[in-house]
Ligand binder design. Structure first.
Ligand code: GLC
Ligand code: CA
Length: 571
């Protein structure tokens, strides 16, 4: 058994190199995105998440900055990125690396100035790369002027911008715990009351039940829209409201990484009021500016919960991200298919939005046990073939297109992310997926000119970098570029999607149809090789191959080694 398996792999590896010439070559320049000019540009866009600290450090202080991003806009345009979502670059004590915002109307000096932000927006416009910011709606920094006012006295006009309560029986008001460790309540000595924080104590939750807070937040959102940004990714949407009566959460099995019993957070997440509020944000702010969008960090466990975020009349978020594919471990076709289909067929006709990587999750190249004989690059390719051919908007994460790996801290002393310090070794934090972008083989991978980067550069940077991969026709980067070019030009990838071979537990296959063209995607997530007939895959003949990896076209079908992937036209 085992021998045959190993043989199968070697055979396909040989055919693979012989067949590689049949790939569509990556384009030397990215073709125009035909739909980019329309109001629903975001339906056919590639969105790219970028972590400013880690993208490019223009002033060589070890931390990435806005000028660094502006300097590399040409790279993003060449990759076929239509919009970037930048994680927070507002002034912040950086306790949660920007997700603790101290002033929404400004830029943190370590990232640059408002003039730098304006320059980025303007240059982006010239290159057809739209800028989307991160709007942290659940909380601010405890250093925000609002909170400083709020904590100063019980009668301060900003008191109700946050959630203050008296303690109970000498302890906090209820049993809610913070996702980032400990009680979700912090006692403040000035007034003796407790304030609520779903995340760190330095991130007090905003009180959306207060109309004055709502107005202040809507004004902030508008401030950047007026400067030309194309909308927002809304942070931690599900935590926006909590039950007003502060009902305790029921216990859940086990202990969290910080030593407290787990609980089922039914009373402080996913409260129905958030939908009304998000609809207001959409109508009163976003829709005043044509083409502007709301993307949501919407971690939900079922498709019906995701559907709610579109709004019953498609009047809420245009792109609530479906993030549940990230949590599948192992990742199997049997698990992927019903989830994708459920998102696809949501009853309100909302447009799907998928992400497989982000700044809070292990990179997909390092997330799974790899089948024997495969590498992270094969995982990168199968994931690319999936996310770039599904019906829906893909959100890529910087470095994903290079097949970058997690570079996890080995010692607690090296950890930057506080949850990693507090939760070590059970929770090592998120440093591993946030290491600097790898541009070239020079010092610090071209991230800067030699100052120690805030996180260590991946040890593989001399070969895994933009310059090397751009020059190598078989690189992960050119695999992405080929697929993105196809998205921009092939009407099938703007058309319908039908799953085929639906009972296959190992191989996920679907056909995209549009403009008289048909495109077939076949992805072997199984641990063994698979032979499939074309009849099984919906019929027709394999035509032009867009990309293929660990796959051979056989007399009447396809042979896919584990992690084998192919995207091809069907005639
Ligand atoms: C979101 C962000 C994460 C941050 C948290 C608190 O989940 O993606 O990075 O720590 O919100 O703002
Ligand atoms: Ca810098």
């Amino acid at each position: 058994m085992r021998r045959a398996f190993v043989h199968g792999l070697m055979a396909t590896a040989m055919v693979f190199s012989a067949a590689s010439a049949a790939f569509a070559a990556a384009p030397s320049t990215m073709p125009a995105n035909k739909t980019a000019a329309q109001d629903d540009w975001w339906k056919h866009a590639v969105i790219y998440e970028l972590y400013p600290r880690s993208f490019a450090d223009s002033n060589n202080d070890g931390i990435g900055d806005l000028k660094g991003i502006t300097n590399h806009l040409g790279y993003l345009a060449d990759l076929g990125v239509d919009a970037i979502w930048m994680t927070p670059m507002f002034p912040s004590p950086q306790v949660d690396f920007g997700y603790d915002v101290a002033d929404y109307d400004n830029v943190d000096p370590q990232f640059g100035t408002i003039a730098d932000a304006d320059a980025l927006i303007a240059k982006g416009k010239g290159q057809n790369v739209k800028i989307i910011l991160d709007f942290v709606i659940n909380h601010s920094s405890d250093k925000h002027a609002w909170f400083q006012q709020s904590k100063s006295s019980k009668t301060n006009p900003y008191r109700d911008f946050y959630i203050w309560r008296d303690g109970k029986n000498g302890g906090p008001p209820n049993n809610w715990t913070s996702l980032f460790g400990g009680s979700a309540w912090e006692k403040d000595p000035t007034t003796g009351q407790y304030y609520y924080h779903f995340f760190y104590a330095q991130q007090p939750d905003l009180n959306w039940r207060n109309p004055a807070l709502e107005k202040a937040m809507f004004d902030q959102a508008e401030w950047w829209l007026k400067r030309g940004v194309y909308g927002y990714r809304l942070d931690a949407v599900g935590t926006m409201f909590e039950r007003e009566d502060l009902k305790d959460n029921p216990p859940a099995p086990g202990t969290d990484a910080f030593g407290l019993p787990e609980q089922n957070r039914i009373n402080n997440t996913e409260q129905p009021e958030m939908h009304t509020e998000l609809q207001k944000l959409r109508q009163n702010v976003i829709d005043k500016y044509p083409g502007r969008i709301l993307i949501g960090e919407t971690y939900v466990s079922t498709a019906p919960e995701l559907t709610k975020f579109y709004g019953a009349k498609n009047d809420e978020l245009q792109l609530p991200m479906y993030l549940s594919l990230i949590g599948l471990k192992p990742i199997t076709a049997a698990d992927l298919r019903p989830r994708i289909e459920a998102v696809e067929s949501n009853p309100v006709g909302g447009w799907p939005c998928f992400a497989l990587n982000n700044h809070d999750q292990r990179r997909s190249t390092s997330r799974y046990d790899l089948p024997a004989g495969t590498t992270g690059d094969d995982m990168a390719r199968i994931m690319a073939a999936m996310i770039l051919t599904l019906r829906g908007t893909p959100i890529l994460y910087y470095g994903e297109e290079l097949g970058m790996l997690n570079n996890d801290p080995k010692r607690v002393e090296d950890v930057q992310d506080i949850i990693g310090k507090k939760g070590w070794p059970k929770e090592k934090g998120r440093d591993g997926e946030r290491t600097p972008m790898q541009w070239d083989a020079s010092v610090n991978a071209g991230f800067n000119t030699g100052a120690k980067p805030w996180l260590p550069i991946g040890p593989d940077y001399q070969t895994r970098n933009v310059a090397a991969e751009r020059a190598d026709p078989n690189s992960v980067l050119n695999y992405y570029r080929t697929l993105i070019a196809e998205r921009r030009t092939n009407p099938a990838l703007a058309g319908d999607m039908t799953m085929v071979d639906r009972s296959n537990p190992n191989v996920l296959s679907y056909v995209r149809t549009g403009g008289g063209k048909k495109l077939l995607t076949v992805l072997n997530f199984g641990g063994t090789a698979s032979d499939l007939t074309l009849a099984q895959l919906g019929g027709g003949k394999i035509g032009r191959v867009i990309v293929q990896n660990r796959t051979t076209v056989t007399a009447n079908g396809l042979h896919l080694a584990p992690l084998g992937a192919i995207v091809a036209e069907i005639n």
